[in-house]
Write a protein that binds this ligand. Structure first.
Ligand SMILES: [Ca+2]
Ligand SMILES: [Ca+2]
Ligand SMILES: [Ca+2]
Length: 229
C-alpha cells in the first residue's frame, strides 16, 4: 500500500506475501518498499502521518504464545496494537502479517512511551510475529514491526544454559545440572560466522551437577553449546 493520505486504518486483515512490505508508508526520499524509520514521539508527517511501528522485545510459543514490546509515538494517546503471525518475514526483516491473531489497546505516557503484552491461547512456536500500531485519534496505521520468531518454551531440543563456565589453565570448565539417564551433547565451533558446529562429546546425566573440562587448543577462540539430542 503506497498511501498518499492520512487516517488510513488497516486492521485485522490477512496481508499476504507479495514480495514487498505488507504495509508501506512512503516517507521523504523513499522509494516504494523501504521501511520508514521510527522518529522520537512520532512528530513526522506524511502518509498515515508516518505512524511509528511497535518493537517486539520478546516472543515465545508454548501453550500460550506471548509477544512483549514497546511503542514510542505521540504522547498521551490511545493506540490499538494488532499481532499477526506468518511463516517468514519480508526480505527486510519486517512483518508480512499473514494472519491476524489478537489486538489490545495501550496509552502512551507523557514521553510517548508504552509497554505492551499480547497473548494468544495457542502455540505459534517457530512462526514470525509482527505488530502494527493504529492511532485511535487519527486512525493512522503503522508499517509492520520487525518480525521476531516465537521460540518454544522449554524446547527439549533447544540450546541449554551452563550453570557456570570459565577458562582455567587452558581448559574450558563448564558446570551444568543434569537429569539422570538424559543424554547431553557438547558441540563446538571456532567460527560463529560459518555456523558449523561439531560434536565434541556426548554424556549421560547423573541427576547431579556435572563438570566438563574441555581442552582449548590450536584455536584463537572456541565456542561451546550444550544440547539435548
Ligand atoms: Ca516505507
Ligand atoms: Ca513516525
Ligand atoms: Ca508521525
Amino acid at each position: 500500500m503506497c498511501s498518499v493520505s492520512a487516517g488510513n486504518r488497516i486492521l485485522g486483515n490477512g496481508i499476504e506475501s507479495n514480495g514487498a512490505l505488507g504495509i508501506d508508508l512512503e516517507g521523504p526520499g523513499e522509494t516504494g518498499g523501504q521501511v520508514t524509520p521510527n522518529d522520537p514521539q512520532d512528530a513526522d508527517a506524511g502518509p498515515n502521518r508516518l505512524q511509528n511501528f511497535p518493537l517486539i522485545t520478546a516472543a515465545r510459543g508454548g501453550a500460550n504464545t506471548l509477544a512483549q514490546g514497546t511503542l514510542n509515538s505521540t504522547p498521551n494517546r490511545d493506540f490499538l496494537l494488532e499481532l499477526f503471525h506468518g511463516p517468514e518475514p519480508d526480505p527486510g526483516g519486517h512483518g508480512e502479517g499473514a494472519r491476524f491473531l489478537v489486538r489490545t489497546n495501550v496509552t502512551t505516557d507523557a514521553a510517548g512511551h508504552a509497554d505492551w503484552t499480547l497473548t494468544v491461547p495457542a502455540d505459534f512456536s517457530g512462526q514470525f510475529l509482527t505488530v502494527t500500531a493504529t492511532d485511535l485519534a487519527t486512525e493512522d496505521t503503522s508499517e509492520f514491526s520487525p518480525a521476531v520468531r516465537a521460540d518454544k518454551e522449554d524446547d527439549p531440543h533447544g540450546k541449554m544454559e551452563w550453570a557456570a563456565a570459565r577458562l582455567e589453565d587452558g581448559e574450558f570448565v563448564a558446570v551444568f545440572p543434569t537429569a539422570a539417564g538424559q543424554t547431553y551433547i557438547v558441540l563446538f565451533s571456532d567460527d560463529l560466522g560459518t555456523d558449523e558446529w561439531q560434536v565434541l562429546a556426548t554424556f549421560t546425566g547423573t541427576g547431579d551437577l556435572m563438570t566438563l573440562r574441555l581442552p582449548v587448543t590450536d584455536a584463537a577462540q572456541r565456542f561451546f553449546v550444550l544440547r539435548r539430542p
